[in-house]
Design a binder for this molecule. Structure first.
Ligand SMILES: NC(=O)c1ccc[n+]([C@@H]2O[C@H](COP(=O)([O-])OP(=O)(O)OC[C@H]3O[C@@H](n4cnc5c(N)ncnc54)[C@H](OP(=O)(O)O)[C@@H]3O)[C@@H](O)[C@H]2O)c1
Length: 321
């Protein structure tokens, strides 16, 4: 099989696809002929040694994929050879074949592989963030920063589906147009507009979903209402903001961390329930995953460029050919 192979931490453009032997079948596992895999920001951090998890070498990155079941362990009751499935794995999705635990493999029906490969992480993170951590309520106002990115656009759609008024903030008019297509009620271009002033004009917000960090965190937090919730999702802009704690005191604000990957392992039943609800929203048309672009696995570096150069609008997908 072919697999993107990380032999040392180095810039993402230097990693190559190599031939690797197939892994032997293990109890409770499913072998998948991978058709597509979702690229996520943490994958880039991981291959460069900048992520909180640093796997031993050699490793193949990638945490989500979709494809066709080619082999099963004897103890896998709910799947059969030929099923179309998606899977979430710790690592190894950027390959033509994956051995996935059955617990994290689910049937996808007739959903396109590219869509299925890019749904779990962004919708899973954003739903856990808004539902379990943010406790977003019908009628509340949600601000999403970096709203056209992978997790951002998912948060816009889920916020709408949960009954919130959604304010999308992003860096270009083109990105904001995409947010509007996906349901955002109000749009703020934080490159050309004063984020705090516009948010105050709009009446402030109850929940902030922040995957960007850096210079927007504090002005946005200053517009939270009484009992507001600020969700710490990530730091795509690079800098981890330092927040004056008096802001939390003045309006009884909660600053809530969101680490979806660890939560899925600590609370597998709640996670599965969330994924079931997300699938239900997809089937009823409440969420419409957007693919920004697809690239062959061999063009991993170009796919990463789309994220690091802030061009992605929705999901970037790798295909195995
Ligand atoms: N907490 C969790 O469990 C969890 C799970 C998944 C992802 N994350 C984190 O969430 C963040 C976003 O992930 P993603 O996959 O949605 O990434 P993405 O698609 O690249 O979106 C990130 C957004 O951040 C904004 N941004 C601002 N400065 C940037 C810069 N210098 N480089 C890149 N983007 C910049 C961009 O929007 P504008 O151009 O509009 O500013 C971009 O759309 C990452 O930090 C990731 O690690 C966290």
């Amino acid at each position: 099989m072919k697999a993107l192979t990380v032999n040392a931490f180095k810039p993402y453009a230097e990693h190559k696809v190599e031939e690797q032997p197939s892994q032997p079948m293990k109890p409770g596992h499913v072998r998948i002929d991978v058709k597509a895999a979702g690229l996520n920001f943490p994958d880039i951090l991981m291959v460069e040694g900048k992520y909180q998890i640093r796997p031993p070498f050699p490793f193949t990155p990638g945490s989500e994929c979709a494809g066709i079941v080619t082999e099963l362990a004897d103890d896998v009751p709910h799947l059969k050879v030929g099923d179309r499935v998606a899977a979430m794995v710790m690592n190894g999705a950027f390959a033509s074949e994956v051995l996935a635990p059955m617990m994290v493999t689910w049937p996808i029906g007739d959903m396109p592989f590219e869509t299925a490969a890019g749904m779990a992480l962004v919708y899973g993170t954003s739903y856990y963030g808004l539902k379990q951590r943010g406790q977003l309520q019908d009628g509340e106002t949600l601000l999403v920063l970096g709203a056209a990115g992978g997790v951002g656009l998912a948060a816009v759609e889920l916020g709408k589906a949960m009954g919130a008024k959604v304010i999308a903030a992003a860096s270009t008019a083109e990105k904001l147009a995409v947010c509007s297509e996906h349901g955002a009620d109000e749009l703020i271009n934080y490159t050309s507009e004063d984020l705090k002033a516009r948010l105050k004009e709009l009446g402030g917000c109850d929940v902030i979903y922040d995957p960007v960090g850096d210079k927007f965190a504090e002005p946005a937090m200053r517009t939270l209402k009484w009992y507001g919730r600020y969700l710490v999702i990530g730091f795509a802009a690079g800098e981890i903001p330092k927040i004056p704690l008096n802001l939390a005191l003045l309006k009884s604000i909660d600053i809530r961390g969101v680490f979806w990957g660890t939560w899925t392992m600590k609370s597998p039943k709640e996670h599965q329930a969330n994924m079931g609800e997300i699938l239900g929203m997809y089937k009823s048309g409440k969420i419409k995953p957007r693919i920004s672009n697809t690239y062959p696995l061999e063009e991993f570096a170009r796919a990463c460029d789309e994220l690091t150069q802030r061009r992605a609008m929705g999901k970037v997908i790798l295909t195995m050919g």
